[in-house]
Design a protein around this ligand. Structure first.
Ligand SMILES: Cc1ncc(COP(=O)(O)OP(=O)(O)O)c(N)n1
Ligand SMILES: Cc1ncsc1CCOP(=O)(O)O
Ligand SMILES: [Mg+2]
Length: 531
């Protein structure tokens, strides 16, 4: 059964064969001009194209434009599309109707009367017929049927018909007069010198109206209000935000020894949507900022977040990012102090974290002394291994993937170190190999690494075995565990170790002998945050 009506007047189809702008840009132009339908046609679709297709789906949804996927009903379903377009070589329309349901749009191609005779049109909502005129866009499109052929199909089909193939604004009227309900167009827009002007001419010929293009977060203030909450809504139990969301700046209650840090997370540098959900991206971004506070013994109070949002991120995605951020805030008792959203090329999360420093001690990197041991608060390399698993598509080590996705700022460990007056601390965000060098340089010592004393970790060990990686290499190069590196006299560590059973020794501090770091596994390069 079908019960779908569709306005076919200006049916735009994305072009996967042009060196000009990509499908999302093309769709935006068509939507802004007044397209009534956008078909996503990508003959070489592969997984990484999903985000772009989703962005087109979102643009269509926001503007009330029907979104149709060519050829692939499963992709249509995954994208929440309005429907699918199927040709003679594609899946059976009856199956598409069964899978997509009665409310979906199912379109079918019948190039001419012969194909129409072979087509089960009962499950279909419309027919795509052509090429009406010669087209260079589809090599296997067959002979042009002309306006006469179009009118014959219209007369026989009993379905709404969209004319396709070689159509220009000048030919729209004749197609409509031949009985078509609309025209489908690719190259006359996508390969025009001025695609926006060409699309506008189509809209005028089809009788549709232009739109002011909205981005998913156009109503920025609403979005920010929704995200930040309001005073008294229980999200700021300590009353830190005397003036919070909704004003130009936040007024915070008095903070003893304010400690401030900033951090930025960029798509494809610090995270990938392919590997992490928006929730996970938000959560981890906040933890990375808070890890800096933990390394300074500061109590976390507030986080300010600026989001740069490309068109491929929806309002729902933004909400998910903030849900992830809120998980992190809840874990450490901090509040969301404010923020901003703006359009951008890539998804980026800029953060500004505020904390209250320890009453007596502010640890620094420069306080290591010869004779001190070098220690870390917990296992190293697990997050790096988890990242490798994601890159390989290996699901055999869920604990490692979890370590990559859900690091925890070590406020618990910081409290123990502070109790023992440890004065030299930093968080390991770039990998031990790189970060120990920073500590050694700041302290003017030589750090001698020895990673053989790391506690046994069966999952990590079997990962290293499977991928033939020396464990010490992965431990030394892997950032993103967000453990703390600290230096103190061995007798102090003896007491700390009883309270922090996961902590272990990674080396010793010696008088500077011309090298900042010794004992690094060979061929180690700290995992730099470069693309
Ligand atoms: C609206 C519309 N009409 C016809 C087609 C062509 O479909 P098909 O014959 O399956 O060819 P491909 O487009 O898949 O190469 C269409 N896509 N849209
Ligand atoms: C997909 C398709 N099916 C029949 S003709 C055609 C191509 C239409 O492209 P253009 O509008 O550039 O002629
Ligand atoms: Mg097809």
């Amino acid at each position: 059964m079908k019960n779908t009506r569709i306005d076919l007047r200006f049916y735009f189809i994305t072009d996967d064969g042009t060196s000009g702008s990509g499908p999302l840009e093309q769709a935006k132009i068509a939507i802004a001009a007044g397209a009534t339908v956008v078909q996503y046609r990508n003959k070489a679709f592969s997984d990484p194209d999903f985000n772009e297709a989703q962005a087109i789906a979102q643009m269509c949804a926001i503007h009330g434009v029907r979104f149709i996927v060519n050829d692939d009903m499963i992709l249509a379903r995954a994208l929440g599309a309005d429907g699918v377009h199927l040709g003679q070589q594609d899946a059976d329309p009856a199956l598409a109707r069964q899978i997509l349901g009665p409310g979906a749009v199912v379109g079918v191609s019948a190039a001419n009367l012969e194909e129409l005779a072979r087509t089960d049109t009962a499950p279909c909502d419309y027919l795509g017929t052509g090429p009406v005129f010669a087209t260079g866009t589809k090599a296997d499109a067959g002979e042009a049927i002309g306006l006469h052929g179009l009118s014959e199909v219209v007369r026989r089909s009993g379905l709404p018909v969209v004319a396709i193939g070689g159509i220009f604004p000048e030919s729209v009227e004749a197609c409509m007069e031949s009985g078509a309900d609309g025209v489908a167009v690719i190259s006359a827009i996508t390969r025009a010198d001025d695609p926006a002007a060409a699309a506008a001419r189509f809209a005028a010929a089809c009788g549709t109206r232009p739109r002011v293009l909205q981005t998913p977060w156009q109503d920025e203030f609403l979005l920010i209000d929704q995200i930040l909450g309001q005073p008294g809504d229980g999200r700021d139990p300590q009353g830190l935000l005397q003036v919070g969301a909704g004003d130009d700046a936040a007024l915070l209650a008095d903070i003893a020894r304010p400690v401030i840090t900033t951090d930025t997370q960029h798509e494809n540098i610090h995270f990938r949507r392919f590997w992490q959900s928006f929730f996970e991206i938000g959560y981890k971004a906040a933890e990375t900022a808070f890890s800096d506070l933990a390394a300074c013994y500061a109590r976390p109070l507030a986080l300010f977040v600026n989001l740069s949002l490309p068109a491929t991120v929806s309002r729902e995605n933004v909400t998910e990012i903030y849900q992830g951020i809120r998980k992190s805030l809840a874990a450490c008792g901090a509040v969301l102090g404010g923020g901003n959203v703006s359009s951008g090329q890539d998804l980026a999360i800029d953060m500004f974290a505020v904390g209250s420093g320890h009453g007596r001690i502010f640890p620094v990197r420069s306080a290591a002394r010869p004779g001190f041991g070098l220690y870390v608060t917990g296992p190293l390399g697990r997050a790096r291994a988890g990242l490798e698993c994601l890159m390989q598509g290996d699901f055999a080590f869920p604990g490692l993937v979890e370590a990559f996705k859900y690091p925890m700022a070590r406020f618990d460990a910081a409290a123990v170190l502070a109790d023992h007056r440890v004065a030299c601390v930093m968080d390991i965000s770039d990998g031990l190999a790189g970060d120990v060098g920073h500590l050694a340089q700041a302290s003017g010592i030589t750090a001698v690494l020895d990673l053989c004393r790391a506690p046994a970790d069966p999952e990590f060990a079997s990962f290293c075995e499977k991928y033939q990686k020396p464990p010490a290499d992965v431990m030394a190069e892997g950032g993103e565990d967000y453990e703390l590196l600290f230096a103190c006299p061995p007798e102090v560590f003896a007491a700390i170790g009883r309270k922090l059973p996961g902590a272990f020794c990674v080396g010793t501090c010696r008088a500077y002998n011309g090298e900042s770091v010794r004992g690094l596994p060979e061929a180690i390069e700290s995992f730099g945050h470069t693309a």
